[in-house]
Design a protein around this ligand. Structure first.
Ligand code: ADP
Length: 528
């Protein structure tokens, strides 16, 4: 195969292949080249295209001078065959006066230059050969760099695909592991609460303290596992969002209640203000609670003591803007662009409280984005921080109060109120083993008489032992027998956790008030 040999500037001879069948023209060409002083030519001449192709295949050639009309090659086809044989060798086409157009066509196909035979002189020939070689060399360099870039792009594409695959495998792994960790944690929690309730024997003060310690650490471990699970779900696009009508007022006050001990420990004033027109939003209450807990928790732990922290909501047409703000130390401007990245933490000399994992804001942003929103930050060093996001506002139907009836059971008052085809059961007092058999009968009666959907309101319920939880499971089963559903509202945070982990309190109910909970219940057999 012929090779390009760049000798334009060098002293070695330029290997020139002349393919020309006219002996006179060939001699003239050889003589013209011989006259050139400062460059030497090593010229081979053949009279047929086939011979020329053979030489191109077997010898090193720097430049080809090609007559387009040969005994075995006519016109542009002559050029195309020679070019195909050795695409890297520059070809100067030789034409007569009459076929300049064909020469131009050959240039479009890749010939480097053309020379009209009758007008040949030494300088013109030398210049043409030199330019042809130079242009070819440049073209070759260009092609080379295009090839290199294409190879680099393909390599990048391959590593990108590999990285994505690894990332997917990592998320999958993390998700499976954290999911698996939750199961034993749930059993530990159930066992510890049985111990804590004294169901397995009365506890002395020291034992209670240890149970408390285990429970606190269990909380922390669970929240870490949940963080990891959430981030892997968000990153792998497997986060599930249950959009419901939620009462932001209850949601915010739940969060205030949940974090009140931490806020108190750091002497922070934590408040929530949700006006009536910004109360009801379409969102996943658990996920939005988690966002608020993260944001408020951050405000408490990353600021000095005695700051003010507020959760607020404001209506803007069909949106509700939820904001968590504080008057703490703020987030420096240079950290703000990266603050939502996972594991990113602000380096501080002093001022903050205990540090976290750096996942909170990444998760919060993912949860807000899963609702179609955006988590925004406004912060100024020394003045404070505000995080905000928008949710879709919903108009909630209010329910007309209907008939009601009250039962007195041992230490427990049960009030049933009918709202259309749904029934709210308000439980006041203590749910204990003694009153439960009667409670079950009453519930059965209500279900048969009034309807198939129940909301159990625990806002007035002072106490529920672990068997009480079992009773709730049974109530749900009874509601289901009637083709109904059961929601539990106003549950205390610790009890809620247990109900959640046992899958009893449906996501809807715990944060919602009665109106919302009723709106969320879905009859499997719509009442006639
Ligand atoms: P973590 O709380 O686990 O450190 P986050 O992702 O929740 O991780 O927060 C990232 C960083 O943002 C925190 O380390 C903290 O420095 C800063 N930050 C977040 N919220 C506030 C706030 N309200 N005031 C001051 N700094 C904050």
């Amino acid at each position: 195969m012929a090779k390009v040999n760049h000798r334009i500037m060098s002293t070695s001879a330029i290997k020139t292949l002349l393919i020309e069948d006219n002996a006179g023209d060939a001699r003239l060409m050889a003589e013209t080249l011989a006259e050139v002083r400062d460059v030497r030519f090593d010229m081979k001449c053949v009279g047929r295209l086939s011979e020329g192709l053979d030489r191109l295949a077997s010898e090193e050639v720097d430049v080809v001078l090609l007559d387009l009309f040969l005994p075995d090659g006519q016109g542009i086809d002559t050029f195309l065959r020679a070019h195909r044989q050795a695409p890297e060798v520059p070809i100067v086409v030789l034409t007569g006066y009459d076929d300049e157009n064909m020469a131009v066509q050959a240039m479009h196909e890749g010939a480097q230059d053309y020379l009209v035979k009758g007008r040949l002189d030494r300088n013109l020939l030398l210049r043409s050969i030199r330019y042809a070689m130079e242009r070819n060399q440049m073209l070759e360099r260009l092609n080379q760099s295009v090839r290199e870039r294409a190879a680099q792009a393909a390599e990048l594409e391959r590593s990108n695909e590999r990285l994505q695959e690894l990332d997917r495998m990592k998320s999958e792994f993390v998700s499976v592991v954290s999911h698996e960790l939750r199961t034993p944690l749930t059993s530990i929690r159930a066992a510890i609460s049985l111990l804590g309730d004294g169901c397995l024997g009365k506890l002395n003060e020291e034992q209670k303290e240890y149970i408390d310690l285990v429970q606190r650490n269990l909380d922390r471990l669970e929240s870490l596992v949940l963080d990891v699970l959430n981030i892997s779900r968000i990153e792998s696009g497997r986060l599930q969002i249950d959009l419901l009508q939620a009462d932001l007022r209850h949601l915010a006050s739940d969060v205030v209640q949940m974090l009140a001990p931490q806020a108190k420990a750091r002497q922070c004033a934590l408040t929530a203000g949700v006006p009536e027109n910004a109360r009801f939003a379409r969102c996943d209450p658990d996920k939005i609670t988690q966002v608020l807990v993260n944001l408020v928790g951050n405000a408490i732990k990353h600021n000095p003591e005695r700051i003010r922290i507020g959760i607020s909501a404001a209506r803007d047409e069909n949106r509700i803007r939820v904001t968590v703000s504080d008057n703490g130390i703020g987030i420096p401007l240079e950290d703000q662009p990266r603050i939502f990245e996972r594991f990113y933490q602000v380096r501080r000399q002093s001022g903050g409280g205990s540090q976290g994992t750096g996942l909170g804001l990444a998760i919060s942003r993912g949860l807000v984005e899963a609702h179609g929103g955006k988590l925004r930050l406004a912060s100024e060093a020394g003045k404070g921080t505000a995080f905000s996001f928008d949710l879709e506002a919903v108009e909630v139907q209010t329910w007309e109060k209907g008939r009601s009836q009250t039962w007195e059971l041992e230490g427990l008052t049960v009030t049933a109120e009918q709202y259309g085809d749904r029934v709210r059961l308000l439980l006041c007092g203590r749910i204990e083993e003694t009153n439960f058999p009667r409670l079950t009968r009453v519930t059965q009666e209500i279900l048969e008489r009034w309807g198939n959907l129940l909301v159990i309101d625990l806002s007035e319920c002072l106490y529920m032992d672990s068997r009480g939880i079992g009773h709730l499971i049974e109530l749900r089963a009874r509601a289901a027998e009637h083709g109904g559903d059961l929601a539990i509202v106003h549950v205390q945070p610790r009890l809620r956790k247990i109900l959640d982990s046992l899958g009893i309190s449906k996501a809807i109910a715990c944060h919602s008030d009665l109106t919302v909970a009723l709106g969320c219940l879905r009859p499997s057999n719509p009442p006639q």
